[in-house]
Design a protein around this ligand. Sequence first.
Ligand SMILES: Nc1ncnc2c1ncn2[C@@H]1O[C@H](COP(=O)(O)OP(=O)(O)O)[C@@H](O)[C@H]1O
Ligand SMILES: [Mg+2]
Length: 353
Amino acid sequence: MKDKLNVALIFGGVSNEYEISCMSAANVYDILDRKKYDVFPIGITRQGRWYLTDATAEQIRADKWLDADNRVAFIPPDRSVRGIYVVGGKNIKIDVAFPVLHGKNGEDGAAAALLALAGIPQVTTTMTSAALCMDKALTKTVCKAAGIDQCGWETFYSRDLKTDIGAAADRAEARFDYPMFVKPSSAGSSVGVNKCSDRATLEAALLEAARHDFKVIVEEYVKGAEVEVAVIGNNVPHASVCGQIAPSREFYSYDSKYKDDNSELYIPAHINDDAALRVRQTAVAVYKATDCRGMARVDFFVTDDERVIFNEINTIPGFTNISMYPKLMAHSCVGGSELADRLIELALSEDRV
Ligand SMILES: Nc1ncnc2c1ncn2[C@@H]1O[C@H](COP(=O)(O)OP(=O)(O)O)[C@@H](O)[C@H]1O
Ligand SMILES: [Mg+2]
């Protein structure tokens, strides 16, 4: 009898976070213990083609996996396959899937939905909570109902922005002082996020965000430390220690995340014990309010007067070399291959339902 589990590692995808996904997946590929798992990496190209790939972690990290030996293959919703359908080859049964698909067409619930149809357990949250957490406006509405402290925000529809940008900017200005933050409701890695200091930058930012999503949010600017918590678990979630990001640029933009090495991470965060405890408790409250399963990274601002303000939650957090989720978990004693083991255990656990 085979004692190893077959794990499908799914990466890439039709998302503007494709490259980040490759970097994350390479690290997950490295930490999956080959004594316990036979790992089947499936790459999805930017255009949405699926391949079972023989690429090494290095090739995946550098987005060179298409140079490797690849076979056309995909996970069909048909439960008689319950795994990978290899075109012109033998199907592979999968015990558990590890989708590392950041952003659209993955983290937004699409991956969870496909795997649910296929009858394959998977390490990320459910379709419903993934979709909820991907949409910042919806997340805020649910968290408001749960009594979680957040900054002020306004929601706009891209259609309205395109027809009357002046009216939209008037509405934002009536509500908030400059600077304001503008972001697509559903995006990630700071794509389409802008800090605006005047009317001209506000209008430009609204239109830019409208190119990424049909919904756009404007937020009041929060001055505070950026603090992140890794949460793991199903019905009884655990919060890691707090980590802090000191961005190299004016805010934690895409470039400051991935294009330069000057952003600093502090673990534990440079906040006092009482604030850290409240951040961790709120992280669990957000996780529960959004019905998360498996894992999530929950992000906050902590102001000088120690207000803990929830910013956003990521249900497929980054696993890149600079990413907080695995670092925070390692500081909380679940590092490296143990983290992968724990996530797989949670995916297969009866406590999942
Ligand atoms: N309201 C805000 N006040 C101050 N800074 C903000 C605010 N919203 C976002 N930021 C900055 O922009 C970055 C990206 O915004 P975020 O909401 O985290 O979007 P993403 O999902 O793209 O990571 C944050 O890490 C932070 O540096
Ligand atoms: Mg963020």
